[in-house]
Design a protein around this ligand. Structure first.
Ligand code: S3P
Length: 449
C-alpha cells in the first residue's frame, strides 16, 4: 500500500477558489431534472458523489450536458428538466456508489414515480442506516423493500432499496433524528403528494433543499423548525445557478491556517449559509482570527449567501460545543477535533453520535488516529448520545494513521500532519475524490515549508 506522507509545514499562505458546494450541487441536479426547462449550473464540483447523482438522472431519462471549464475540475452542467412527471423507468438498477445524499434524496423522488427502481450502493453506503428515510416514505404510500438486519439497537434497513412509487399522501412528520438528507427526501416526495406535507425537525439542519425549492417556485414555507410543502405544482427553472465554494472543503484550510503560525489564507466566494457555518462560529469562540465579507449587492448566487473568508493563524482555547450546534458543523467535526488538539484546555463536543453512521465511524477513526499522534481524547456516553472531550496537548507528533476509506478523516489527518512534529503517513487518501478531487493540489500551492 502506498502511504501518503505529510511533513510538518511552516505556514499556509495564499488565496483559494474552491469548487461548488457538494450538498447544493446534488440538490441542483435533482430539482433541475424534475423542473420544467433548462438549468445551467456553474462551478459544479465534478467529485465522485455528485457524478453519481448526474449518472442516476441520466439513467432516469434526463439529458444532462457537462462541459469542463478550462484549467480546473469545475464544470458547467446543463440539465434539461422534463417536469415532475418526466422521469422514465431505467432499464437496470441504479448504482449510487457511496453517495448517501444521492441515495436518500433520490429515494424521495422515486417514491412518487409510477415505476419500480432498485438503488444499489457500494460497500460503505451499504452499511449505513436507511430506515430513517424508508419509514416516512412508506407512511406517504411508497412500497419500499430493503435489506433488513436485526441488531442490538433493533430492526434496521440497508441498501439495496427497491422502490415502487405511486400516488403519495401528505404526512406530518416529526423527525426523530436531525438529518438534512431525511428532511430533503420527505420534501421532495412532498412535491408529488396530494396536499400539504409537514416536516418538523428536532434541530434545524442545512436548508439547501428549502432554498432551492423556493428558487424553483415550489409552494414551500418555513417557520422555525417546521417546513410545509404543497404538492402538485410544477417547478420552474430559474435558468442559471452559480454554486458557492464548498464550506466543508474550505474548513480544512481554515483549520490548517489557524493552527500553523504566520498563516493567512483567503477563500473566495464561499458558501456562508448559516446552517453550515457552525465551524466558523465555533472556531471564533475558540479564539480564531476569521473575517468574513459577504459578497455585496447583486449576488451571483441569489438563493444562497456567499462571500470571502480570511483566516490568520491564532492561539486557540478549548470550548463547549452544544448539541444544537452539531448539525451546522456535522461534516466539519473531524477537522474540529484536530483544532481542539492544538487548543489550550478542554474542548467538549456534545451529542455527536451521528458520526458513528457516516462514511466510517468518525468517532473511532479520528480518536484512534489522533491518539496515535499523542492526542488526549475521551469518548463518553452510549450509542446515539455521545460526547467527546479533547484536552489540548503541547504538540502532536507524526505517526502512521489510516483514512478508514473516509474522505473527511483523510483530509483531517492531513491537517493534523501539517501541524504535527515530524512526519505523518496516511495509508490511502484516494477517498478524498468522493468530495474534493483537487485537495492535494490546492493544498500544496498554499504550503510554505
Ligand atoms: C448532507 C447531510 C448530512 C451530511 C452529509 C450531507 C446533505 O447528512 O453529513 O455529508 O447534503 O443533506 P445527514 O442528513 O445524515 O446528517
Amino acid at each position: 500500500m502506498k502511504f501518503f506522507c505529510v511533513p510538518q509545514a511552516l505556514c499556509l499562505k495564499g488565496e483559494v477558489a474552491l469548487l461548488g458546494d457538494k450538498s447544493i450541487a446534488h440538490r441542483c441536479i435533482i430539482v433541475s431534472a424534475i423542473a420544467k426547462g433548462k438549468t445551467v449550473i456553474e462551478n459544479f464540483p465534478a467529485n465522485q458523489d455528485c457524478l453519481f447523482t448526474i449518472s442516476a438522472f441520466k439513467k432516469l431519462g434526463i439529458k444532462i450536458r457537462q462541459a469542463p471549464r478550462k484549467g480546473d475540475a469545475a464544470s458547467v452542467i446543463t440539465v434539461f428538466g422534463k417536469g415532475l412527471y418526466g422521469l422514465e423507468k431505467p432499464p437496470q438498477p441504479i448504482f449510487v456508489g457511496d453517495s448517501g445524499t444521492t441515495l436518500r434524496l433520490l429515494s424521495g423522488v422515486l417514491a412518487a414515480q409510477s415505476f419500480e427502481v432498485t438503488l444499489k450502493a457500494a460497500s460503505s453506503l451499504s452499511r449505513r442506516p436507511m430506515l430513517r428515510v424508508t419509514g416516512p416514505l412508506r407512511m406517504m404510500g411508497a412500497a419500499i423493500s430493503a435489506r433488513c438486519l436485526k441488531g442490538s439497537a433493533g430492526h434496521e434497513e440497508y441498501p439495496p432499496l427497491t422502490i415502487s412509487g405511486g400516488a403519495l399522501r401528505p404526512i406530518t412528520y416529526q423527525m426523530p433524528v436531525a438529518s438534512a438528507q431525511v428532511k430533503s427526501a420527505i420534501l421532495l416526495a412532498g412535491l408529488y403528494a396530494d396536499g400539504a406535507t409537514e416536516v418538523i425537525e428536532p434541530i434545524a439542519t442545512r436548508d439547501h433543499t428549502e432554498r432551492i425549492l423556493k428558487l424553483f417556485k415550489a409552494e414551500i414555507q418555513v417557520k422555525k423548525n417546521t417546513i410545509v410543502i404543497r404538492g402538485g405544482r410544477q417547478l420552474l427553472s430559474p435558468g442559471k445557478i452559480y454554486l458557492p465554494a464548498d464550506i466543508s472543503s474550505a474548513s480544512f484550510f481554515i483549520v490548517a491556517a489557524t493552527i500553523l503560525p504566520n498563516s493567512r489564507v483567503c477563500i473566495k466566494k464561499a458558501s456562508l449559509n448559516p446552517s453550515r457555518t457552525g465551524i466558523i462560529r465555533v472556531l471564533k469562540r475558540m479564539g480564531a482570527d476569521i473575517k468574513v465579507t459577504r459578497s455585496p449587492g447583486r449576488q451571483v448566487a441569489r438563493y444562497e449567501p456567499m462571500g470571502d473568508i480570511i483566516v490568520k493563524s491564532s492561539k486557540l482555547k478549548g470550548a463547549l460545543i452544544k448539541k444544537h450546534e452539531i448539525p451546522s458543523l456535522i461534516d466539519e467535526l473531524p477537522v474540529l477535533m484536530v483544532a481542539a488538539c492544538f487548543a489550550k484546555g478542554k474542548t467538549r463536543l456534545k451529542g455527536i453520535g451521528e458520526l458513528r453512521v457516516k462514511e466510517t465511524d468518525r468517532i473511532k477513526s479520528m480518536s484512534e488516529n489522533l491518539r496515535k499522534m499523542g492526542a488526549d481524547i475521551e469518548v463518553i456516553g452510549g450509542r446515539g448520545a455521545q460526547d467527546m472531550v479533547i484536552r489540548g496537548v503541547e504538540a502532536l507528533k507524526g505517526a502512521r494513521v489510516k483514512s478508514f476509506g473516509d474522505h473527511r478523516t483523510a483530509m483531517s489527518m492531513v491537517v493534523a500532519g501539517l501541524g504535527a512534529k515530524g512526519k505523518t503517513a496516511i495509508d490511502d487518501i484516494s477517498c478524498v475524490n468522493k468530495s474534493f478531487p483537487g485537495f492535494g493540489h490546492i493544498l500544496s500551492k498554499l504550503i510554505v515549508r
